[in-house]
Design a binder for this molecule. Structure first.
Ligand SMILES: *Cc1c(COP(=O)(O)O)cnc(C)c1O
Length: 391
């Protein structure tokens, strides 16, 4: 990047953009070639080498957003997660991970790592002593995710990175829920920052992609494995992602604002027994969140009072879509007990604090009054229906 932009909105709009020298168009041209010249060129380009012009441009935007030297874009969040992990782990190595992780990451570890001879320890407790206890002489990586799904628990990044540095261990974070707008893990010493770009970076529920941001040295290492594993993103989608990211700062800030207001409002309602949002003073990690986040994000969860059926409630919503995934401009809700945490079983869910009536809420950019009205009418409809049945 020739220019260094300071403001987050300017970075989102301009960083890494490609210049249309030929026609002087305002936006990045899209280069779809999968065949480039090999003679008399500086770089031998190929989509699976992660070095087409559009991939390079967007990588610069992501690096600028995460304040790192370099970045890479992948075909999915899980391609970014798996390639990053396997770049730093080999047979005989050990990794420490926090227990509450994105389901796909958890499955990758428990279903695949054994055959590569990689040992792992999960810690449910996010305290320093718990992480310290999990470390062995073979530990090469500590992997965290904060805020985590669905209870929005916050992990202390500074604590983890200090501990890791003492032992010469690499730290990795899944920064998807916060987005680079609300949290820059590099400020707290985290080495490798991973995103499912399917979420806030894409932001319109129409792109599946991933990203990794880190030092040039670490990115070089990840690149060496990435070109062999082959998880690159098509340039058509890279271009769409660049377009989406121009408005990421505006979207995420609007989502932060909506979520905070709605979380406070939900907390007052008698039909809601508890709200989990890191921006609420009642959240047990509020102070930590305040220390390491610039905004509290658009993700929250809440528990319906026992007399309100979660399925009926979600079916009664008109505006908010009960649907999987998250972080789009449109608000969505889901029941972790029916989706992401279904396979755990009721007992294990209870142990992890995930109630059957827990609803995860991805707050969009709609007017908050409309979202609140939708929740109110859905609650009313369910209560009415329940009373009728009881009669
Ligand atoms: C969705 C998600 C992923 C996986 O991303 P995909 O793009 O679906 O592969 C990883 N981590 C978190 C926190 C996610 O929400």
């Amino acid at each position: 990047m020739s220019t260094t932009y300071k403001g987050i909105h300017t970075i989102c709009t301009h960083a890494g953009q490609l210049i249309d020298e030929q026609h002087k168009g305002a936006v990045s041209p899209i280069y779809l070639s999968s065949s480039y010249a090999f003679m008399d060129v500086d770089v031998k380009r190929y989509p699976r080498y992660f070095n087409t012009p559009n991939q390079e441009g967007l990588s610069k935007k992501i690096a600028a957003l995460e304040k790192t030297e370099a970045a890479m874009i992948f075909g999915s969040g899980m391609a970014a997660v798996s390639t990053s992990l396997l770049s730093f782990l080999q047979s005989g190595d050990h990794i420490v991970l926090q227990q509450t992780l994105y389901g796909g990451t958890y499955n990758l570890v428990v279903e695949e790592f054994e055959k590569y001879g990689i040992k792992y320890t999960f810690t449910e407790d996010l305290s320093e002593s718990a992480f310290a206890k999990a470390i062995t002489p073979q530990t090469k990586v500590i992997y965290i995710e904060t805020p985590s799904n669905p209870l929005m628990k916050v992990t202390d990044m500074s604590m983890v990175t200090k501990l890791a540095k003492k032992h010469g261990i690499i730290t990795m974070i899944d920064n998807t829920f916060a987005s680079p707008i609300n949290q820059n893990p590099v400020d707290f010493g985290v080495d490798v920052i991973i995103h499912s770009a399917t979420k806030y970076m894409g932001g319109h529920s129409d792109i599946c992609a991933g990203a990794v941001a880190s030092s040039q040295e670490h990115i070089d290492k990840i690149w060496h494995l990435a070109k062999n594993l082959g998880g690159s993103l098509s340039d058509m989608t890279v271009w769409m992602l660049e377009r989406s990211m121009k408005t990421m700062s505006l979207r995420v800030k609007a989502q932060n604002k909506n979520a905070k207001k709605i979380a406070k409002w939900l907390e007052e309602k008698e039909e809601i027994s508890v709200v989990y949002y890191p921006g609420l003073k009642s959240h047990k990690d509020y102070h930590l969140a305040k220390k390491q986040m610039k905004g509290f994000g658009g993700m929250m969860s809440f528990e319906l009072a026992p007399h309100i059926d979660p399925e009926l409630f979600q079916k009664a919503l008109h505006l908010i879509k009960p649907s999987m995934s998250l972080a789009g401009v449109e608000s969505t809700m889901l029941s972790p007990a029916q989706t992401s945490h279904f396979l755990l079983g009721e007992e294990e869910r209870k142990k992890q604090g995930i109630a059957e009536g827990l609803i995860r809420f991805s707050v969009g950019i709609e007017d908050k009054e409309d979202l609140m009205a939708d929740i109110d009418q859905a609650l009313e409809a369910v209560i009415k229906k329940t009373v009728l049945v009881a009669d």
